[in-house]
Design a protein around this ligand. Structure first.
Ligand code: 5AD
Ligand code: SF4
Length: 476
């Protein structure tokens, strides 16, 4: 496989892709005339919200081609795995599920199997798929997702596995149709890629260099979503608070928040994910000033020890992080904070781990995503000598999680009898007789209420705080 950027990508490309979408639509119509069956697709997504959003784009293109969604792989004519490679577990799941498809495809030889996403940006993965998973029909990467219609047409005419992975990103492609899974809550990419090269992380190698979308394109997209019923928008990027650095226009993430805050009909604005090094005073001011920006910030600190933070190339210290948090809490008093933590980074001693616990105790996060360090081939940390043994990693992980759960439980208890404002999303997942929604702090609330409340902002009194959610009643 020749892994180079073969094409000069221009925004005209997307119009060409419309021709391929049309060709597939005609083909599917002819098939329907013969069989009376609509072609079905399923997109299985692994990993982060960025991937979820890419999957919405794939779904948008497929629906324009006349495909219908199914949740059953066995009955699907097209199965797509949109993969993640941030940790080894995610990769192993993909291989396991791909293997299981082999027998399903034996009973349905016309089934098309496609794999895309971050894993495919790694040459060794593509080689493994070529060798061991020959039942796969199409492999593509993160940089040529917009070419999917063309690739699908080519697969139809090809006997062999079609592999098209671009090593480098092209310019940002605007206008890809996407199916929004949640009408009320939508995701909007504001930037792509990452320049930070944290030494444990594979993302800069799979998602390419940082590049921001134009403010006007983002404003148009958000306005359009609001006009179509969205009440809450989450801005997505690997490091949203460095937004604007690649644009000619001098604009910061704070400026973007202020601009989006003007959109009438938009109720709530959130963002994910941010790097503590870019938490400027201007951004803190913007969060405090903009009434639509929710009082919730996700600032991954990863580790508490300055030695480990340096080895991770995080460019801030424990003290810097704690100081930023203090500033944020002072300007936005009821802000909820969430974070990501890695335990067992190479060289982590018990003392280093205690620094991580210390940050957890001082900040008192509302929720934490905890990860056991996973070696990622091709990253600097994979070459570091003092890898921590599995037993120690798990033992520290368990201690960390139990402390985090204690704190989260205590924070939830403090909500007893408080009145909160929630956006009602739909039926509760744990009790279908109830409805659920989230507070501006992103707390999950279950309550008894009429379905007509879905989509509305409602005041709720908390009557029973639980460890990971709150039960409440509507205030009339
Ligand atoms: N091992 C464990 N966790 C990782 N993350 C990123 N790379 C690794 C790795 N190699 C975690 C970080 C990041 C989150 C999305 O995934 O905490 O913030
Ligand atoms: Fe990975 Fe660090 Fe970039 Fe986040 S900021 S995507 S952890 S390299």
């Amino acid at each position: 496989m020749k892994r180079e950027n073969k094409y000069e990508v221009t925004s005209l490309d997307i119009q060409n892709q419309q021709e391929f979408i049309e060709a597939m639509k005609q083909y599917n119509l002819q098939e329907f005339a013969k069989t009376q069956k609509v072609k079905k697709y399923i997109v299985v997504t692994y990993g982060c919200q960025m991937n979820e959003h890419d999957s919405e784009k794939l779904a948008g293109m497929l629906q324009n081609m006349g495909y219908e969604e199914t949740d059953d792989k066995k009955g699907a004519d097209l199965v797509i795995f949109n993969t993640c490679c941030v940790r080894e577990n995610a990769e192993l799941k993909v291989y396991g599920n791909l293997g299981a498809l082999k027998n399903i495809k034996k009973n349905n030889p016309d089934m098309i199997i496609a794999v895309c996403g971050c894993m495919m940006q790694q040459p060794q993965v593509v080689e493994a798929i070529k060798k061991k998973y020959r039942h796969v029909d199409l492999v593509f990467g993160t940089h040529n997702l917009h070419k999917f219609p063309e690739l699908l047409v080519n697969v139809k005419h090809s006997e062999n596995m079609l592999v098209d992975v671009w090593e480098q990103e092209g310019e940002i492609i605007e206008g890809i149709p996407s199916i929004r899974k949640y009408g009320l809550k939508s995701f909007v990419n504001i930037m792509y890629g990452c320049n930070n090269f944290c030494t444990y992380c594979i993302v800069p190698y799979t998602r390419g260099r940082e590049r921001s979308r134009e403010v006007s394109d983002i404003v148009t997209e958000v306005t359009d979503l609001v006009n179509n019923g969205s009440k809450e928008v989450t801005l997505l990027g690997q490091n949203v608070n460095s937004y604007g650095k690649t644009l000619e226009e001098k604009v910061t993430f704070g400026d973007l928040l202020r601009e989006l805050n003007k959109i009438e009909g938009l109720e709530r604005l959130r963002f994910m994910t941010s790097h503590p090094k870019d938490l400027s005073d201007d951004l803190i001011d913007a969060i405090a000033e903009c009434d639509k920006v929710c009082e919730h910030a996700h600032f991954p600190f990863q580790a508490g020890s300055n030695k480990i933070l340096k080895e991770m190339n995080r460019v801030y210290t424990k003290e810097d992080y704690l100081e930023s948090v203090e500033k944020l809490k002072a300007k936005v008093p009821n802000i909820s904070l969430t974070t990501d933590i890695i335990v067992g980074f190479p060289g982590e001693t018990e003392e280093d781990f205690l620094d991580t616990l210390d940050v957890v105790n001082q900040v008192r996060f509302d929720a934490v995503f905890t990860f056991i360090y996973s070696i990622r081939q091709g990253t600097p940390a994979a070459e570091m000598k003092e890898q921590v043994d599995e037993k120690t990693k798990h033992e520290r992980f368990n201690r960390l999680v139990s402390r985090i759960n204690e704190i989260c439980g205590e924070i939830n208890q403090s909500y007893q009898d408080q009145v909160v404002e929630i956006l009602v999303e739909g039926p509760s997942k744990t009790d279908p007789k109830k409805l659920m929604g989230r507070t501006r702090q992103n707390k999950l609330v279950n309550f008894v209420g009429d379905e007509s409340l879905i989509g509305q902002i409602v005041k709720i009194r908390i009557i029973e705080p639980k460890s990971f959610s709150l039960n409440g009643e509507v205030i009339l």
